[in-house]
Design a protein around this ligand. Structure first.
Ligand SMILES: O=C(O)CCC(=O)C(=O)O
Ligand SMILES: [Fe+2]
Length: 395
């Protein structure tokens, strides 16, 4: 609420303005200044009638929220595209194969009872200490900074895969799930975002707090293990949630990379018998001397979650047969990203020592400018025949 001061308002009744709304910048006309019509809002600087229909209240008289019509900043193309896809995705709800999947109130049905049990005391008390990582079903400390546990029921995995196929058969638009995977679906854009927001808020946030939250909230389960630094695990609130698909004639593997997020939850959706290969290889943290050293290889299992920091290098090894699908939540903490601690984690040099010589599996074709050179050196060390740049097998 702002105090009444009509003379100092930037716009008068009748002015043409653009307002930042949940649907992006929308143009309209100011119909009241210092509007006092909604007891819940108090006095708000402007009531604007939108050209597209409806009205909007501008809660503050600042250029971040209201500008002269035509002066609104250009929106990045991907924001416009994502909004349009979400709008079309909402139409899908009526054609869904499993409408219950779209209801946050049904979420508990898709989670294993033992998983629900492990997060319940934290959920009801709000105290992170009440969530004990060791009580997550079949929990495993895979290696430093990486934990896995059972989470979803088999029924959920099957239903979600059917839903993805059903959406893809509907003819509604979709796009690749991220800038690296070509096959899959962004679940946030087919009407499933509220369900995964509930999963994050009601369950995963507690786990992330205990693994990647402030040091005083971290769980004894990982005590003595490296790799469990504070990356805003206690304030994750945004997520990009999608399904990826690998098969020999589509995406066979995924180059080594770090994710555009703070904490990643990756859930297997397909049975281990349905594919061969396609393991997830983990290396060191971005900026560390271990960044290109191999740490661990993880085998996906249906319904099981593996959680790691987004800035840990990882990639999917080649699939040799069958099909693997996984559900991935890239989770971010906008709050933590404003902190000095984040800047330190993200941008301060971690070490002055020389990075250790890379392991082959951790090399990235896309991100390492010395990829060819290192690959060649590693091949020579292993006594493999010399590779020639640009040559193709069989020529
Ligand atoms: O294939 C996987 O399980 C991992 C995919 C991945 O790392 C990603 O999409 O960021
Ligand atoms: Fe990733």
């Amino acid at each position: 609420m702002e105090s009444r001061n009509v003379e100092q308002r930037r716009f008068a009744v009748g002015a043409r303005v653009a307002c930042l709304t949940a649907d992006g910048w929308l143009e309209g006309t100011v119909v009241q200044v210092d509007f006092d019509g909604d007891p819940a809002e108090g006095i708000v600087p402007y009531l604007v009638e939108l050209d597209s229909g409806g009205e909007v209240l501008a809660p503050k008289d600042t250029a971040e929220l209201v500008v002269a019509a035509g002066q609104q900043p250009a929106e990045p193309w991907h924001v416009t595209q994502a909004r349009e896809l979400r709008r079309r995705g909402m139409e899908y709800a009526g054609q869904a194969k499993h409408p219950a999947l779209f209801q946050p109130s049904q979420l508990h049905r898709w989670l294993l009872p033992s998983f629900l049990e492990a997060t319940s005391a934290w959920r009801s008390s709000g105290q992170p200490e009440q969530l004990q990582i060791r009580r997550l079903p079949n929990v495993r400390l895979e290696t430093e900074g990486i934990v896995s546990f059972d989470c979803f029921t088999q029924e959920f995995c099957k239903m979600l895969l059917e839903e993805v196929l059903n959406y893809q058969a509907s003819g509604l638009p979709s796009r690749p799930p991220n800038s690296m995977n070509n096959y899959g679906l962004v679940l946030n854009e087919i009407g499933l975002k509220p369900v995964f927001s509930a999963l994050l808020e009601e369950h995963l946030l507690g786990i992330a707090t205990r693994l990647f939250g402030p040091i005083e909230l971290q769980d004894a389960f990982t005590a003595g293990s490296q790799g469990f630094e504070h990356w805003g695990g206690d304030s994750l609130s945004a997520h990009h949630t999608f399904v990826v698909r690998y098969q020999p004639d589509e995406d066979r593997s995924l180059d080594m990379h770090v994710d555009e997020c703070d904490v990643t939850f990756n859930f297997g959706l397909t049975n281990s018998d349905d594919f061969r290969g396609s393991d997830l290889a983990f290396c060191g943290m971005l900026g560390s001397e271990e960044h290109r050293k191999h740490l661990h290889t993880y085998k996906h299992r249906c319904g099981r979650c593996v959680v790691h920091l987004g800035k840990r290098r990882h990639g999917a090894l080649a699939i040799s047969s069958g099909r693997r699908m996984s559900l991935i939540m890239w989770c971010k903490s906008p709050v933590f990203r404003q902190s000095d601690e984040y800047l330190l984690r993200r941008f301060a040099p971690r070490t002055r020592k020389r990075p250790r010589s890379p392991d082959r599996v951790c090399l990235s074709h896309e991100h390492d400018s010395d990829y060819e050179e290192k690959l060649e050196r590693l091949s020579r060390q292993r006594g493999e025949p010399r590779r020639f740049r640009g040559s193709t097998a069989g020529q």
